[in-house]
Design a protein around this ligand. Structure first.
Ligand code: NAP
Length: 309
């Protein structure tokens, strides 16, 4: 009897589309609760996607009944916002619940880049310490000047953590925020002031860090990027890390994921991680729950819990 009910739900048309691959527990919940389907259909009202895959103009056009897009993640650069706006399609992301995990990773990358944790680990594993070597001295974290590009939820959480390291914080947003940190009117100006430049802004536009900003950061400077790969002119960054224009970098995001420029693989002064800012078990479950809350609220009341404004 129970099996019959489940089977009839799964084969019924559903208002919910699994538009792209989702983590298994979330996909299973959407199928169980809403009979979510994997193939586009005229009666789909809500498309569930991820910040990695988003939803293109073509995918939106293929869903004539679409009223809402619910995305697992906070980045929205992969969603065609114009196509959604033209049809008055509401969009929800999962802000807030991933802030701590991403800020934690940003600070980890900062420490790793400046103190060369990953490079020193390779030094031990390669037997170079045992062979009598002495690892070179590194930079220092406590008390450094850290410039944050994108002082929003995640940028602020990074600043909060760095208070424990007695770092001086400066920032650049498009607009001045009501915060106790110095505002810098351009990324280049912030880079010239900072010892470490941290990118925590959304992507989707042209790069905001190129050869000029990297030169301003200078040969003792480090770059941390947990925002989006497209914020940085990647060939300029490869050149700056190779020729010593900057000292090092910690990168979670890349211009053409999952492809990381091969020129970076052999460099000891860059830490490379595969876009794992929010990838803790706790955070990913909280993101999944927020997706479920948004889908349920939209189907029940026509409202999203965390609409993108
Ligand atoms: P948020 O609260 O909306 O903060 C974004 C901040 O960036 C705002 O302070 C905004 O201020 C500033 N900003 C926007 N465009 C800018 C630009 N062109 N130049 C300089 N500053 C700009 O968002 P959040 O939750 O902190 O997330 C920030 C970004 O982190 C996301 O959009 C996403 O790309 C990235 N992210 C990465 C991961 C990961 O796994 N690595 C996970 C989650 C999020 P103004 O509006 O005044 O400019």
């Amino acid at each position: 009897m129970v099996t019959g009910i489940v089977a009839s739900v799964v084969t019924m048309a559903s208002p919910v589309l699994l538009a792209h691959p989702l983590q298994a527990d979330l996909a299973a919940d959407l199928v169980r609760l809403h009979g979510a389907v994997s193939d586009p259909a005229d009666d789909v009202r809500v498309a569930v996607t991820t910040s990695r895959f988003g939803l293109s103009a073509e995918e939106i056009a293929a869903l004539p009944g679409l009223e809402a897009i619910v995305s697992f993640g906070v980045g929205f650069d992969s969603i065609d916002l114009d196509a959604a706006r033209d049809r008055d399609i509401a969009i929800a992301t999962t802000p807030g619940v991933l802030t701590d995990a991403v800020a934690d990773l940003a600070v980890g990358l900062l420490i790793d880049s400046v103190r060369q944790v990953s490079a020193a680990d390779r030094y031990v594993r390669d037997g170079r310490w045992a062979a009598g070597g002495t690892y070179p001295l590194t930079g220092h974290v406590t008390g450094r000047k850290v410039g944050i590009v994108g002082l929003g939820r995640i940028g602020t959480a990074i600043a909060d953590r760095l208070a424990g390291f007695r770092c001086e914080i400066g920032y650049h947003n498009r607009s001045v925020a009501d915060v106790p940190f110095a505002y810098h009117a351009s990324v280049a100006e912030l880079a010239a002031w900072a010892d470490v430049l941290v990118l925590a802004a959304p992507g989707g536009g042209d790069p905001i860090v190129g050869a000029n900003e990297l030169a301003a950061l200078g040969p003792q400077g480090h770059l941390v990027n947990i925002g989006r790969g497209g914020l940085v002119d990647e060939p300029a960054l490869v050149a700056a890390l190779t020729d010593g224009t900057i000292a090092g970098a910690g990168l979670d995001v890349f211009a053409d994921e999952p492809h990381v420029p091969e020129a970076l693989w052999a460099l000891d002064n860059v830490v490379l991680v595969p876009h794992v800012g929010s990838a803790t078990q706790q955070t990913r479950r909280e993101m999944a729950d927020l997706v479920l809350d948004n889908v349920a609220a939209f189907l029940e009341r026509g409202e999203l819990v965390t609409p993108l404004r």
